[in-house]
Design a binder for this molecule. Structure first.
Ligand SMILES: [Zn+2]
Length: 338
């Protein structure tokens, strides 16, 4: 997204960089490196992140207390957490007219935080091992991280390994298909149940497609193009099955006492009932809404499952935060402190 207007001034004043894909601002402020994540909805909700430690690479025991002391002064600071070296502070503004004060307060908070960090003699460091040297800001699958060179290399190796495994993984279409069928049957059951309870079953269209895709991947199918096609067609067909079972059951309920029809006979009589306008229209509306819900939610379900199976994770370096050690023997100092 575009840099929100409320942050424009803020960003210019401190010379921060805006990453439009990851929705974050980053840069140095009074010697500390900040990453500010903007809520993707565009609402004034931000997570301020930094990673600091003692100059010798140890974590600071005072970090949590520093944040705790600041919190009462900032009403928009709704939450904070510290984990080893990493600090996360959440800012949230509920009402639009307050945005200006909100941004101002966020700025004041960062100023005050920098001052406290300076008096505690803390420095920017790697959020994994605490090394203050050779730290860069990175994006791991659009999650911001501050990592030293050593930890970056480890992360890159892990990613390469994962990508290799992903490529090797063939998946078994047949067992995946069995899983998809089982999943879609759950969807059919949900459709019939919701229908029986007297609600509009359309929302189950979404549940149907989720169950089918989940079933496919849980049973070992690799979600490639044939897998996606199979699951999509199956979900659509099973929605039809669900509707047929639901209306057969309704016919059966109405006629079983007076005409002693069996469930199967009720099912067979569906075409006769479909000749009645009102009946046909109700069935078509049920199905149409069901497919609408399926299509509306289906795209994100398919995309997220596809990504999980086919898109390897990435590590992208944004910029250098602290200089690399000048003495090459220092660079191995923090090895093994993971
Ligand atoms: Zn590190």
């Amino acid at each position: 997204m575009k840099l929100p207007k409320s942050l424009e001034h803020f960003s210019q004043k401190h010379n921060f960089t805006w990453d439009a894909n990851a929705n974050l601002l980053y840069g140095s402020w009074q010697g500390y490196y900040f990453t500010i994540v903007q809520n993707p909805s565009g609402r004034p909700t931000h997570t301020i992140m930094l990673s600091v430690g003692q100059p010798d690479g140890r974590p600071s025991p005072a970090l949590s207390a520093i944040l705790g002391n600041l919190q009462p002064d900032y009403k928009y600071l709704t939450d904070f957490s510290t984990d080893g070296y990493q600090v996360k502070a959440s800012f949230q503004c509920r009402f639009a007219p307050q945005v200006k004060t909100y941004i101002q307060q966020m700025e004041e908070f960062i100023d005050a935080l920098c001052m406290s960090l300076q008096s505690a003699n803390l420095v920017n460091c790697c959020q994994k091992c605490g090394s203050p040297e050779g730290v860069s800001s990175c994006l791991a699958n659009s999650n911001p991280l501050l990592l030293c060179q050593n930890c970056r290399e480890i992360a890159t190796q892990q990613i390469a390994q994962k990508a290799g495994e992903m490529k090797k993984r063939r998946g078994n279409f047949l067992s995946g298909a069995v899983g998809a069928i089982l999943g879609s049957l759950l969807g059919v059951a949900a459709w019939v149940l919701v229908y029986r309870l007297g609600y509009i079953a359309a929302i189950v269209g979404l549940i149907m497609i989720v169950c089918t895709f989940k079933g496919f991947s849980l049973f070992g199918g690799k979600l490639n193009l044939p897998g996606i096609l199979f699951c999509t067609v199956l979900s659509a067909a099973m929605l039809y099955v669900g509707e047929q079972v639901a209306i057969a059951w309704e016919i059966y309920d109405i006629f079983r006492t007076d005409f002693s029809v069996t469930f199967f006979q009720a099912y067979q009589s569906i075409p006769t009932f479909m000749e009645y306008d009102a009946f046909r229209r109700a069935v078509i509306a049920d199905m149409a809404y069901g497919y609408l819900f399926m299509a509306a939610g289906g795209f994100s379900v398919i995309w997220s499952t596809y990504k999980q199976h086919n898109v390897p994770p990435t590590l992208q370096v944004l910029e250098s935060v602290t200089p690399a050690p000048s003495d090459p023997t220092l660079s191995t100092e923090n090895t093994g402190q993971q």
